[in-house]
Design a protein around this ligand. Structure first.
Ligand code: SOE
Length: 375
């Protein structure tokens, strides 16, 4: 694994626990963790369960005792690490968004096409049991023809203007702001649940707080800043509407300024026969409306529900971390069966193209129609 901050910790937890809950075709061994500071990486490795440490990811990628590389770094290093790992014959799982630009994502897909290893992009919310169940409903035709998709990802961790300029607020590190960090998740979730693709968008983005206190380079979501300030170079919020390939109209909202919303990834679908609704802040529930009864709650903890049977008795819900455990299980199964897992780098590239289209649309003032006499 490369990186040991928030994503490194949650992926480590998945690698550590997956074999205890699922019958796996391959038994993972947590061989080596790479981080720039030996002291910090060693402390993280000891805590998270990695046997060894490297301070240069290139050394990790060259090691014979490594067959899988898990990339948990900011977006600016995804392409370089993933391509080197694929060229070294490794299987690669990479955090989202796949890259910072479409060109980087294309290069990753090209490298994957000529490499023996398998590739996956870590859109973990596909592995929420309720989201996987929602897809099952759509696939079984229980909602009929999908007309509307309403997707939101709402967080509030940078509402405070004194919250520092962490890497997620810098275009050079993260590629974009709320758009790529959390908007990418709802694009993938909408495509996954509906089985349709986003084919066109019209967008607005905004950066509400333009200057923030500078932070240490490695600062994460709970950072403190200094008295010097720097410019925020990404969006704080992105709103866009779009058409899906099967004819549905979709709206998307990704923001880190939804005061009071902590991790509200929500999706609602309206079809000709029924609807469904999900909110990650109540992640064990799926709300379904079939016929004209209005919405009823399904508690997605039954043994027949996706992934749920491997865990606890009905009603004993799952959490954020389980979605990563499910992702690693699915990845290992795909490797063992010699097929590409979903979502693959190609799926990550498709999302990257939607992100780029949103940015192009938002930057194009001619697509915004001002209201006459409104100032
Ligand atoms: C921060 O917005 C973040 O950690 C994202 O980077 C993750 O992808 C999301 O799962 C939770 O929020």
């Amino acid at each position: 694994m490369v990186g040991h901050a928030f994503m490194g910790r949650v992926h480590s937890q998945a690698w550590r626990s997956v074999g205890a809950f699922f019958d796996l075709p391959l038994a993972p061994r947590m061989a080596v963790l790479a981080g720039r500071s030996r002291e910090r990486a060693s402390a993280a490795a000891a805590r998270l369960g990695w046997a060894d440490v490297e301070t240069d990811w290139r050394k990790l990628v060259e090691r014979d005792d490594v067959q899988i590389v898990d990339i948990c770094t900011p977006g600016d290093s995804h392409a370089e690490i993933a391509i080197a790992a694929l060229e070294a014959g490794k299987h690669v799982i990479c955090e989202k968004p796949l890259a910072n630009t479409v060109a980087e994502a294309e290069a990753m897909v090209r490298a994957a096409a000529s490499a023996p290893g398998r590739n996956m992009v870590a859109f973990n919310y596909r592995r929420v049991p309720a989201i996987a169940l929602a897809r099952r409903y759509v696939e079984e035709g229980r909602l009929g023809e999908i007309r509307h998709v309403r997707a939101q990802y709402l967080q509030d961790w940078i509402v405070d203007p004194h919250f520092p300029l962490v890497w997620r607020l810098r275009k050079d590190k993260a590629g974009s702001g709320a758009l790529g960090d959390i908007g990418a998740h709802i694009i993938d979730t909408a495509e996954y649940v509906t089985g349709q693709r986003v084919v066109g968008v019209s967008a607005l983005t905004e950066t509400f707080v333009k200057e923030r206190p500078l932070a240490e380079e490695s600062a994460g979501l709970a950072a403190t800043g200094s008295s010097a300030t720097g410019t925020v170079t990404v969006d704080d919020a992105a709103l866009f509407i779009g058409r899906l390939s099967g004819g549905a109209l979709a709206s998307f909202e990704a923001t880190r300024f939804a005061t009071g919303r902590k991790n509200a990834l929500r999706i609602e679908l309206n079809g000709s026969l029924g609807s469904l609704a999900f909110d990650f802040e109540a992640m064990n529930e799926l709300w379904v409306s079939e016929g004209d009864s209005g919405f009823t709650r399904i508690l997605v903890t039954e043994p027949g529900h996706p992934y749920a049977g491997a865990w606890w008795p009905p009603g004993h819900g799952l959490g954020y971390e389980h979605t990563f455990t499910h992702e690693i299980k699915d990845f290992l199964e795909a490797i063992a069966e010699d097929r590409d897992p979903a979502p693959s780098f190609a799926d990550g590239l498709r999302v990257q193209r939607v992100l780029a289209a949103v940015e192009r649309s938002a930057a194009d003032a001619s697509r915004y129609t001002a209201v006459e006499d409104a100032s």
